[in-house]
Design a protein around this ligand. Structure first.
Ligand code: ADP
Length: 322
């Protein structure tokens, strides 16, 4: 199947995780039990997900000139992603997330953006030709707001589909939100932009449908709200759809939203409809929660498509009268 290009302009971090019995008090040194490093940052995660989903991905990111940059590039290359757009800057470290996980299951996280802050609006002028040639341009709330807004403006003027995952829910201009097609948010992020403010926590999928539909044209060109274990809803000028997630054995939900969004962008870039792309993205998210890790838990295209088909079959059978 022909696959359109997805340009992801996004964050890249190296997640450094220490596993400890309990958190140290200020001034105290404790001994960790285990340690691991992994690729992170929503941009990197979504670029990997879109690539695994079959898209031709260009990832525009900034790293430092350090060992973490080498690590990040080698993980990306290991997935088969082109790394030409992952450019090193001299005067900042590669973004890092220092994570501590205690036996209680609680964690503390310190994110140092470092080289990610070099993704200024000016960078977009250098990649203008790539953006113009993309089927979908994808970004996230982890970028500097001025860069998100400039990217939205550029995509609008170039006539390129702009997908924004507003995570975290930073305040971007209404003009930038207006061109999102879709704006992808989880339920907390949705409320932050005025979608579904009065929908109670844990409400069923169907309760979100009318809110997503009401946001079309008011907030963004189209809207997707992800609702964790419940699934997701989407709305565009031609309709509104709910896609329940399958019931699965959850191992680790980290990065499920990124698996969802990267997959969604990849299938939109192929020319699939928003409803169908969301259906496949829900399957990708559900697969990602069944394995440990972030990008390491992402399934390849064939497995995602097979799972999406299974979910559909199961639902059709469930709907058949006995
Ligand atoms: P975020 O991590 O950004 O808050 P969500 O928690 O809404 O995003 O998850 C994104 C998608 O991942 C969901 O729409 C769903 O498809 C899938 N997902 C998340 N949690 C589960 C779960 N417990 N069971 C099945 N699918 C899940």
């Amino acid at each position: 199947m022909a696959s359109g290009r997805v340009v992801v302009v996004g964050s890249l971090n190296v997640d450094a995780t220490s596993y400890v019995e309990r958190f140290p008090a200020p001034g105290e040194t404790i001994v960790g039990r285990d340690f691991g490093t992994a690729l992170g940052g929503k941009g990197a995660n979504q670029a990997v997900a879109a690539h695994l989903a079959g898209a031709d991905v260009e990832f525009v990111a900034r790293v430092g000139d350090d060992a973490n940059a080498t690590l990040a590039r080698s993980v990306l290359a290991g997935f088969g992603l082109a790394i030409d757009g992952v450019v090193g800057v001299a005067d900042a470290p590669t973004g890092v997330a220092q994570i501590t996980v205690a036996d209680s299951g609680e964690n503390t996280i310190v994110v140092t953006s470092g080289a990610n802050l070099a993704l200024t609006p000016g960078v977009l002028d250098d990649v203008r030709a790539s953006l113009a040639d993309a089927a979908v341009v994808l970004t996230q709330g982890e970028l500097p707001v001025a860069t998100i807004e400039r990217l939205a403006e550029l995509c609008a003027s170039l006539g390129v589909r702009f997908v924004l995952n507003l995570a975290p829910p930073v305040v971007v201009s209404p003009d930038a939100l207006a061109v999102c097609d879709p704006l992808v948010v989880n339920e907390h992020e949705a409320r932050a932009v005025g979608i579904g403010r009065d929908v109670p926590e844990g409400a069923p999928l169907e309760d979100w449908l009318s809110h997503a539909a009401a946001a079309v044209g008011r907030v963004a060109r189209s809207v997707v709200v992800t609702l964790g274990a419940a699934g997701a809803v989407a709305a565009s000028p031609v309709g509104a759809w709910a896609e329940p997630a399958p019931e699965v054995a959850v191992v680790d939900t980290t990065g499920a939203g990124d698996a969802f969004t990267g997959t969604l962008a990849a299938f939109l870039a192929e020319g699939r409809t928003l409803a169908e792309s969301m259906r496949i993205a829900v399957a990708a998210g559900a697969l990602a929660v069944q394995a440990r890790g972030t990008v390491d838990s992402y399934a390849p295209r064939a497995a995602v498509l097979a799972a999406a088909l299974d979910d559909e079959t199961r639902r059709a059978e469930g709907a058949t009268p006995a």
